[in-house]
Write a protein that binds this ligand. Structure first.
Ligand SMILES: [Ca+2]
Ligand SMILES: [Ca+2]
Length: 218
């Protein structure tokens, strides 16, 4: 769990990137899991938590029919977004994943959104009521999830949850879960409200001071 805490701190620090009129939060996935439905019966009975995977590791998403490795695999991601003031307008939000192997040039990837809770569960795998965005397969997946994230921010959510599904049979793809820049991430551009923005900056400065970091603003 040390690494998870570290990611929370890094995610918070990275939010200090104000543009001319807005700010950007880059939140790396703190929680990453793969849920498995071996019998294709819609019940995801197995959950693999790869949030603290080694230096370089991969997780899978996809649906394999036949062969020795059958299962439908769905990816569960949760990102902390509590650095954004409640109700701030969101001008852009992108869910990024870096695929390293598989059938990513054939599939279509759908990201279903949900309010996160800071926990991985098999129930997250079937939380597909809200389609946040979709994109044809690519090794560099960048799904536009702006409208969904704006709703989350309006509702004061602390975590953004996504369940990623590959929409084609007989494929499976591996994406990177490394603790580097290619870890799944959620990038959010938002406009701080006049009051809330200042409060956020003060809170961030307090956080930096509390960990003895001291980053200098130019
Ligand atoms: Ca099953
Ligand atoms: Ca969850």
């Amino acid at each position: 769990m040390k690494r998870a805490l570290w990611l929370v701190v890094v995610s918070a620090l990275l939010c200090a990137a104000p543009g001319a009129h807005g700010a950007t939060l880059t939140s790396f996935a703190v929680l990453i899991g793969s849920a498995y439905d071996v019998e294709y019966d819609g019940i995801f009975e197995t959950l693999r938590d790869v949030s603290s995977a080694p230096e370089f590791s991969v997780a899978q998403v996809g649906r394999v029919i036949g062969g020795d490795n059958q299962a439908e695999r769905r990816t569960i991601l949760e990102f902390p977004i509590n650095g954004i003031p409640v109700g701030a307008p969101v001008t852009a939000a992108t869910l990024s994943m870096d695929f390293v192997s598989g059938s990513t040039e054939r599939g279509v990837y759908a990201a279903y959104g949900r309010v996160g809770d800071g926990l991985l569960s098999t129930a997250d795998a079937t939380a597909t009521a809200t389609l946040a965005g979709a994109q044809p397969g690519s090794y560099q997946l960048s799904i536009d999830v702006r409208a969904f994230v704006e709703d989350l921010v309006a509702g004061g959510a602390s975590w953004a949850g996504f369940t990623v599904v590959e929409w084609i049979d007989d494929v499976n793809s591996n994406f990177e879960v490394d603790f580097g820049p290619d870890r799944p991430k959620l990038t959010i551009d938002y406009v701080p409200e006049p009051g809330a923005g200042a409060g956020g900056a003060v809170a961030l400065a307090a956080l930096i001071a509390s960990i003895g970091g001291g980053r200098r603003n130019r």
